[in-house]
Design a protein around this ligand. Structure first.
Ligand code: TRP
Length: 361
């Protein structure tokens, strides 16, 4: 077998493996929620949208409510991977915190914190960088994709070492579960490799870092209103915090096709089916049933049904969000309290890392 075919096979095997491990985690959460620490995060590059809502935010709230300890990292330093840090960052971060709280993330149970305010995370990158090779980083398909998406001709050192930074984000608190999309699996694999090598080198008798598991989402992938990948920068995503009018306008301009009868056929009619799927998710119904009901009503009815479904579903979230956003000091306080908690954890980890690495003088 050729080397490439072999690698493709290994890729499939590891995806199947990751899926199986992810499914086993769900059983574990129910039996022993206290045995897990979930670390997840977002880059504050714009408002969170319905893709985040159905893809990951609802899942975070579910885990929190099951009693699984959860930390949510605002990955502000990772915005400078492919852009300058804008002066709007403090406001962007507050908006992100408002999104979190509005969907039900409870700062009494979940730690929300800002990466840049926890210098120990950066510090951990020094030993971690020594544990991976340049070719290993160069091979990482997620870094390649992120570089292509950034539109930059070459990767900065920070983009190149993104997976190492992410390993520090996860391991500083001994996170052992990371909810991610399949596209992030190569990053997580590097975290696992770093944890394993650190343990082998510095703590061979008792593993110090866990090898975190990916928790893969089973939420169907949503496209933007133009049928392309949903993205904060393409203006094709319905923000959680958008007004009802903005929502209606975006849906009115959504791409459909020339078929008059509405059906659910994700392969043959991706744009129409995506709108049907979004309505179905908001309504808690099966996409096929929603499509059938609209049927001959065509695209106009589909858009009306979808607009109502989104606005109705998000009404309580948006109501809470608009109250929260008026209390900027309160949002700031939530972030600072979470950051204090994260800093205490990080300081403890760094102390132990120094001891294991014989750098205590
Ligand atoms: N890479 C993630 C993204 O682009 C954000 C992120 C940064 C993250 N650090 C993390 C996610 C740690 C999970 C765990 O969306």
């Amino acid at each position: 077998m050729s080397k490439i075919a072999l690698e493709a096979r290994e890729g499939e095997a590891s995806l199947a493996d990751a899926r199986a491990r992810s499914a086993r985690l769900e059983v574990g959460f129910r039996h022993d929620p206290r045995g897990y620490r979930v670390l997840t995060g977002d880059r504050p590059t714009g408002p969170l949208h319905l893709g985040h809502y159905f893809g990951t935010l609802l899942n975070r709230v579910r885990l929190q409510n099951l009693g699984v300890e959860t930390l949510v990292l605002v990955a502000d330093y990772q915005t400078i991977i492919d852009r300058d840090s804008p002066s709007s960052l403090p406001r962007d971060v507050e908006e992100l915190v408002a999104d979190y709280l509005a969907v039900g993330i409870d700062p009494g149970r979940t730690t929300i914190f800002a990466q840049s305010q926890v210098p120990e995370i950066g510090h951990l990158m020094v030993p971690f960088l020594s544990l991976v090779s340049v070719p290993e980083l160069a091979r990482n398909p997620t870094v390649k994709e992120e570089r292509a998406a950034s539109g930059l001709p070459v990767a900065s050192g920070l983009l190149f070492t993104y997976p190492v930074h992410q390993a520090a984000d996860i391991l500083f608190c001994h996170g052992n579960v990371v909810p991610v999309g399949e596209d992030q699996l190569p990053h997580l694999e590097i975290t696992r490799v770093i944890a394993r090598r650190f343990n082998q080198r510095y703590s061979p008798h008792e593993p110090f870092f866990p090898e975190p598991e990916a928790l893969l989402s089973d939420a169907p992938r949503l496209l933007g209103t133009d049928g392309q990948k949903m993205s904060k920068s393409r203006n094709n995503a319905i923000a959680i915090g958008a007004t009802e009018d903005q929502t209606a306008r975006l849906i009115r301009a959504a791409k459909t096709d020339s078929g008059r009868h509405i059906t659910y056929d994700p392969i043959g009619r991706p744009e129409v089916s995506n709108l049907v799927l979004l309505a179905a998710l908001c309504l808690g119904r099966e996409p096929r049933d929603v499509a059938e009901e609209i049927g001959g009503g065509g695209a106009a009815t589909l858009k009306r049904v979808l607009t109502e479904a989104v606005n109705e579903r998000l009404r309580p979230v948006r109501r809470l969000r608009s109250t929260l956003i008026q209390d900027r000091a309160g949002l700031h306080e939530v972030l600072m309290a979470g950051t204090e908690t994260a800093k205490a954890t990080a300081a403890e980890t760094l102390k132990n890392v120094r001891r294991l690495m014989h750098t205590v003088y």
